[in-house]
Design a protein around this ligand. Structure first.
Ligand code: SF4
Ligand code: SF4
Length: 95
């Protein structure tokens, strides 16, 4: 019988090597402040974009490197989107 695994469990299987010295995604908070719809809050599959007191809070640790936030970003809030440097980033695992 195949065991059903929910999204949180599946994401928990992945391994991350976080580059503490160089963020691979950088935001311009002033630009984000002008963004009315803030689609990043709903499209990131890892839920890395949140809002606190009307300001976008983002942490690149845990990024799945899917690129979705870059595609939907309005007002140029993402000033840098690159894949992490070699050896850093996500290693996808299925079990
Ligand atoms: S690349 Fe994907 S996982 Fe990473 S922050 Fe953007 S939407 Fe989230
Ligand atoms: S969509 Fe882009 S500009 Fe708008 S809040 Fe998110 S990161 Fe900032």
């Amino acid at each position: 019988m195949i065991k059903k695994t929910d999204t949180t469990e599946l994401l928990g299987l992945n391994k991350f090597q976080v580059d503490e010295e160089e963020a691979h995604i950088v935001l311009d908070k002033a630009a984000c402040a002008k963004c009315t719809k803030k689609p990043c809050l709903v499209v990131c599959p890892a839920g890395l974009y949140t809002e606190k007191n009307g300001e976008i809070v983002f942490d690149y640790a845990g990024c799945l490197e899917c690129g979705t936030c870059r595609l939907v970003c309005e007002y140029g809030g993402i000033t840098k989107w690159e894949y992490p440097r070699g050896t850093f980033g996500i290693a996808f695992r299925l079990g």
